[in-house]
Design a protein around this ligand. Structure first.
Ligand SMILES: [Zn+2]
Length: 429
């Protein structure tokens, strides 16, 4: 029976780390760390720091050094390496998405999953169906963690946090050669501000990895490039009783603009893989003034600029049809595809692939239809690919994570820190 049980783990190390990963994960997801759009504070919500403070105290118990909660809410800590080894960063974010309820998460562990539909008891309309989710179908015998269906789970990114914590807790007591590790737990990743105050010099790593991916074995070295675009329509208000020939309704202008976007292409709901999109994500305002916020994304920077030019043309066309209105288009860069930066550092990718293999998993290169903290950090000069965490269905109440996959990710982190030390021995010896 013991052999059967441990066979579910990708490696003996993963089996050994699994209890610690599971316990940490279940502890962290119960803490509400939901970020908030349009907040004027940093971090966007103070409650994110509840987890940051817990991590500071747990890192102290583990025995890491230089543990710090910065004034902006980042947790930094150091695990000293053996002589001559380089400094490698491990990064995860404590916040969860505002897209789905994030308070009072009640995690459920479906032990030794037998297959079949998982119905979430807090809201039985929420089901996770292996017929639709091949990753779940392939995880019979795993311990599957879900929420009760009324909230997100928070595997994005508390799985990553738990995996890094379990890995450094293991490494601290082992004699094998290892790189020096700098740990960072960031805030506000989900509202696109995860690295706004990230001090690269203070972090002091020569390469880093975010633990913020998804399916088993995935290594992501490519993201979207992204713009945030705000289109504002200013109309002319008038009392509706005496508005004839006078009123210019900004609500209707915004509606016309949205209706003019391509209906069958260039949207998240009609594209996949490397295809980009224009996505009106929020709208707000009234008769006098209405603003449409859009996210525009593509893996290719030239195509990204084409999509943005299309938004501008469509907005301006509304202004030409109604000259009494004023239309403004503001474009702001959110992040750039990190591929170009990471390609300059082949060792960063090779080390991750080797570590994933040593954890007993076949590495899969994939691309992110979104961004990560790593995209920003790579642009700032710190190559930072993204490693899988084992979480699935992010940003939804049907989010789930396999304990066995999380253990494989934690084992990958341990192996990675050792691979970097070996590389150093070869280059210096
Ligand atoms: Zn994330």
């Amino acid at each position: 029976m013991l052999t059967l049980g441990s066979a579910r783990f990708s490696s003996p190390l993963a089996a050994r780390l699994s209890d610690d990963v599971r316990q940490r994960f279940l502890r962290y997801v119960r803490i509400d760390t939901q970020a908030q759009e349009d907040s004027t504070t940093y971090p966007s919500t103070a409650k994110q720091l509840d987890l940051s403070r817990l991590l500071v105290s747990e890192l102290g118990e583990i025995g890491l050094e230089d543990i710090e909660l910065t004034e902006h809410g980042y947790v930094f800590a150091t695990l000293p390496g053996t002589l001559g080894a380089p400094v490698i960063g491990l990064i995860a974010h404590v916040d969860t998405t505002p897209d789905s309820p994030g308070a009072d998460v009640a995690p459920i562990v479906h032990e030794d999953y037998a297959g079949g539909v998982i119905t979430l008891p807090g809201d039985p309309s929420q089901v996770i169906d292996p017929a639709k989710e091949l990753a779940l179908a392939a995880r019979v015998g795993h311990d599957i963690v879900t929420s009760d269906g009324t909230t997100l789970l928070g595997a994005d990114d508390k799985a990553g946090v738990a995996e890094i914590m379990a890995a450094v807790a293991h490494l601290v007591g082992t004699p094998e050669p290892r790189a020096t590790v700098r740990v960072a737990f960031t805030v506000d990743e989900e509202v696109g501000r995860g690295t706004d105050y990230f001090d690269l010099e203070k972090f002091g790593a020569e390469a880093a990895y975010t633990l913020d991916g998804s399916g088993l074995g995935e290594l992501e070295i490519e993201t979207f490039s992204a713009y945030q675009v705000r289109v504002t329509f200013r109309g002319r208000g008038a009392h509706p009783g005496s508005a004839k020939g006078n009123l210019v309704n900004a609500v209707k202008l915004a509606a016309e603009f949205i209706a003019s976007l391509p209906p069958d292409s260039l949207s998240p709901e009609t594209t996949e893989d490397r295809e980009g999109f224009i996505h009106p994500s929020r709208i707000g305002g009234g008769v006098e003034e209405t603003t449409v916020a859009l996210i525009v994304r593509d893996h290719d920077d030239a195509r990204l600029d084409e999509h943005t030019a299309l938004v501008r043309r469509l907005a301006e066309a509304i202004g030409e049809r109604e000259p009494r209105a004023r239309v403004t288009v503001e474009v702001q860069e959110t992040y750039r595809n990190m591929r170009a930066e990471i390609d300059k550092h082949p060792r960063v990718i090779a080390a991750a692939e080797e570590a994933i293999r040593r954890a007993g998993v076949e590495p899969v290169r994939s691309l992110i239809r979104g961004g990560t903290d790593g995209a920003r950090l790579s642009a700032m000069g710190l190559p930072t690919p993204n490693i899988f965490t084992g979480g699935q269905n992010y940003h939804s109440t049907r989010e789930w994570a396999s304990v066995q996959d999380m253990a494989a990710a934690a084992a990958t982190v341990v192996e990675l820190v050792r691979v970097w030390a070996e590389g150093e021995t070869r280059t210096t010896g």
